[in-house]
Design a protein around this ligand. Structure first.
Ligand SMILES: [Zn+2]
Length: 384
């Protein structure tokens, strides 16, 4: 079995929700799991071991994105002028169900790490029932509705619950349900204050990208934007009260929002979200000697990541024990069986970009001639 030794890095490890900085530590990855974390680790006999020198590097758990409209990545455009949307007035069209069926039959993907989920959980009921349910949603808020249907539990992940009523928030916390805030879209689209940064609710919170067609696609940016916005709002209130501004929203809490709490939100906290022996090797390695990080990293590695780093400072990414980014560049990927026309084909990043642009062109072409006004009317009528 292959092994990777990450040698001599500054490791950001979790103890519960607390972050512990381990200087000059090694991480041994065997297969797809973290086998050991310590100093002066010895290499296993008979393994094809690869050593990555992590001196001057900060080793972090991989960040977890809990809300992302991935396909929209091809459609980078200002929302207000985005007219290339194809719509279907049937809420449960046949193509939708058959596509889901095809995906479900092709699963599992990525050794079981990519799992099929659904944003709408009543697809088995008759169409009229769904329409009735949708109508009822206008009258009831979703938290109360799910409680009434006895469906609320810790596996539910809500999105964009900004402005949630205090009573609903208490129900959500009592049932251990999770939620995702997406700072960049929520702040731009007028969806209110990203609630993940509210200290009373943050225990069940996580962070998502939402629409990459609208904003950045990395959790680092979302964490920084949401944190500083929340600090600003908090201090406006403090200043109005005639008090001296303070920083009550701490970095440690924000780091956990983007890591271990995201893992809890997607029910994978036993596998990902922190650097621990036995967990899957999902690891991000920052170049802490980059111009943007070097002095901050010496002072406070956590602050260096959350306040100073950008994604260009990420030198290596390991996902499921496989190096996916190296020397700052994404490595080639092999197409999966089951859902690709040419399974096994290896694609370089340039070819992936070409395919994305081709997909983008197809989407734009399909959108030509659509009655956008009628589509928007349908959307408003359906979703209120
Ligand atoms: Zn969304």
């Amino acid at each position: 079995m292959g092994a990777i030794l990450l040698q001599g890095g500054t490791v950001l490890a979790h103890e519960g929700d607390l972050v512990k900085v381990l200087c000059d530590h090694d991480i041994l990855i065997v297969g797809n799991k973290i086998e050991d974390i310590g100093q002066g680790l010895t290499l296993p006999d008979g393994s094809a071991v690869r050593v990555i020198d992590c001196q001057g590097k900060i080793v972090s758990p991989g960040f977890i994105d809990t809300h992302h409209h991935l396909w929209q990545s091809q459609r980078i455009k200002n929302w207000a002028s985005d007219t290339s949307i194809e719509f279907d007035e049937d809420l449960l069209p046949e193509w939708w169900l058959s596509t889901l069926e095809l995906l479900a039959k092709s699963a599992p993907f990525g050794d079981g790490r990519v799992r099929l989920g659904l944003g709408f959980d009543d697809f088995k009921v008759p169409r009229e029932t769904v329409r009735d349910l949708w109508a009822r949603c206008h009258a009831l808020d979703s938290v109360s509705l799910l409680k009434e249907y006895d469906l609320l539990n810790s596996k539910i992940l809500f999105s964009h619950i900004n402005g949630i009523a205090e009573s609903d928030a208490q129900i959500l916390l009592a049932y251990g349900a999770h939620f995702s805030s997406t700072p960049e879209t929520e702040l731009q689209m007028g969806l209110g204050e990203p609630v993940a940064f509210n200290p009373d609710l943050s225990s069940n919170a996580s962070i998502g990208i939402d629409c990459h067609s609208n904003n950045s696609g990395d959790i680092l940016t979302q964490l920084r934007l949401g944190m500083q916005h929340a600090r600003g709002v908090e201090n406006v209130q403090v200043s109005e009260n005639g008090e001296y501004p303070n920083v009550n929203i701490k970095l440690e809490r924000i780091f956990s929002l983007g890591t271990i709490q995201g893992a809890r939100a997607v029910n994978m906290a036993d596998k990902i979200g922190s650097l621990e022996v036995g967990k899957l090797a999902d690891i991000v390695i920052f170049n802490a000697t980059s111009p943007s990080m070097v002095c901050a990293a010496k002072e406070n590695p956590l602050a260096a990541v959350l306040l100073h780093a950008n994604v260009g400072d990420i030198e290596v990414v390991v996902v499921d024990g496989v190096v996916r980014k190296e020397c700052g560049n994404l490595v080639d990927v092999q197409l999966l069986d089951g859902i690709n026309e040419r399974p096994g084909e290896v694609l370089h990043q340039r070819e992936i970009s070409t395919r994305l642009l081709e997909s983008r062109a197809r989407i734009i072409e399909r959108g030509r001639g659509q009655d956008v006004g009628r589509g928007m009317e349908f959307l408003y009528k359906t979703f209120g």
